[in-house]
Design a protein around this ligand. Structure first.
Ligand SMILES: *Cc1c(COP(=O)(O)O)cnc(C)c1O
Length: 459
């Protein structure tokens, strides 16, 4: 686009364009609100100076080469400024059928929540002020009420993310003391999150029990002593041990924890508040079920299956959570008002039983079929069987059967879709492009169809 417009805009024979002319070129002017006039001007001057010194060299470059370089100036400027200052975050359509991708920002917020937020964020709010008494209140108090209503827990606390929930619980309840964990649950979840390292960072001593594949209740019992502060159970949600395996269910651990008077913390991981009708989630205990089973504390993420903002939820006994909230680390790990306001709205939708983006994974068959048929007709696509997944470490081996769009495709088409407007992420299967609409909001179908149409007609 800039090449066409600039051919009459810049004239290589008359030399390099003046800086102001370059700055008023549409492709350059659009950079100014994103990066600021000063940055754009500095980079533009740098590129023009460089061309000028190329012109002054002996022998000078051939005129066609200079003409080309001048015509490409706006594009080059945009590319350089983007690589220097980074491109703005983009809205992306996830047509992979994988609900949670950490790379794609994990769970999308319910549209009603996203739309309602600005009015809370562009003004002051009663985050820590009790409007009735005029006294200071707790920033967690609203989400705490909602969490306790949803999970049956006595109390709740929200921190920055689930890793922070574990850190604060371990630091507040088990510093310089022992935490008993099964060897089969010493997991790593993406990059730098490993249970033994979190434990060390919080100053707790890890006592490993059992073997990688089998841990029995007697192993826990033998490990508990006067220095034991906590029993920890982690749901290793991003892999599954199969074969000759055994682990101890939360219910059995509750009985042991009560008898030995040691609190039990369960890292549920996904932030599943209550049991979900999706059959692939049947084996995954919710926070409500863990509370009903008698666990002292449970924690999970805000932006996985719960479908909210990045947050770490802790629910359980009020006395234990009060120790977490009073710990100095709470100040470092507490959520900001944007996260709290978002979480509050998402929890209200859970309470109201409203449909959430996660539920799109199990669409009504008929309605989904006609949605796919419409898109397939527009794009000349086929409808093929395809598996969707929860992703993000939730029920990794439980595919959700269904249907998706299929088109002839290769890596080039995949890349073109990724670079389109809006960017679309699909996947390749046996030489075909697969687009699974179960992770796309129906309101985005028209934009998806248009962008895929453009990408195909350029191939
Ligand atoms: C995802 C996950 C975490 C980390 O949660 P973040 O919110 O990403 O910090 C911890 N434990 C389990 C079991 C998880 O699945």
């Amino acid at each position: 686009m800039p090449g066409v417009e600039s051919s009459d805009f810049f004239d290589a024979r008359r030399g390099l364009p003046p800086l102001d002319r370059l700055l008023s070129h549409p492709a350059v002017a659009s950079l100014i609100p994103l990066y600021g006039r000063d940055q754009v001007r500095v980079q533009a001057r740098r590129i023009i100076d460089e061309l000028r010194s190329r012109l002054a060299a002996a022998p000078p470059p051939p005129p066609e080469e200079m003409e080309g370089a001048v015509a490409a100036l706006p594009e080059r400027l945009a590319a350089e400024i983007e690589s220097l200052l980074g491109r703005p975050l983009r809205r992306v359509l996830n047509a992979t059928g994988i609900f949670l991708h950490t790379n794609l920002g994990r769970a999308p917020l319910p549209p009603a929540v996203a739309q309602g937020l600005p009015s809370l964020l562009d003004a002051y709010c009663d985050l820590e002020l009790d409007l009735d008494t005029g006294r200071r209140g707790q920033r967690n108090r609203r989400v705490e009420r909602l969490l306790t209503a949803l999970t049956g827990a006595e109390a709740g606390l929200v921190v920055n993310n689930n890793a922070a929930a574990l850190v604060i619980a371990l630091a507040a309840l088990a510093k310089d003391r022992e935490v008993v964990v099964s060897r089969g649950e010493l997991i790593e979840i993406g990059g730098s999150f490993r249970i033994p390292e979190i434990m060390a960072a919080a100053g707790a001593r890890l006592i490993e029990v059992g073997a990688t594949n089998r841990t029995r209740i007697a192993d826990y019992e033998a490990a508990v002593g006067p220095a034991t502060a906590l029993l920890l159970k982690v749901f290793p949600s991003n892999f599954r041990l199969t074969g000759f395996v055994a682990s101890v269910e939360p219910g059995q651990l509750v009985e042991l924890a009560r008898r030995l008077q040691v609190p039990l913390l369960v890292d549920e991981g996904s932030g599943l508040l209550r049991s979900h009708p999706g059959p692939q989630l049947a084996g995954h205990p919710s926070l409500a079920e863990l509370m009903a089973a008698g666990c002292d504390l449970a924690c999970g993420s805000g932006d996985k299956l719960l479908g909210g903002p990045q947050a770490g939820l802790l629910v359980g006994r009020a006395d234990l959570l009060e120790r977490c909230r009073r710990h100095p680390l709470y100040r470092a790990l507490r959520p900001d008002r944007a996260a709290l306001a978002t979480l509050e709205e998402v929890l209200r939708l859970h309470l109201a039983g409203a449909p959430l983006p996660l539920d799109r994974l199990w669409p009504d068959r008929q309605a989904h079929r006609s949605r796919l048929e419409h898109a397939a007709a527009e794009l000349g696509a086929e409808i093929v069987p395809a598996e969707a997944f929860l992703g993000g470490g939730s029920a990794p081996e439980a595919p959700i059967p269904g249907e998706a769009l299929s088109l002839p495709g290769d890596d080039t088409l995949l890349a073109r879709l990724r670079r389109g407007e809006p960017p679309i992420i699909g996947y390749l299967r046996q030489g075909r492009l697969i687009l699974d609409l179960r992770t796309v909001a129906e309101e985005d179908d028209a934009a998806l169809i248009a962008a895929v149409g453009r990408a195909i007609c350029h191939s």
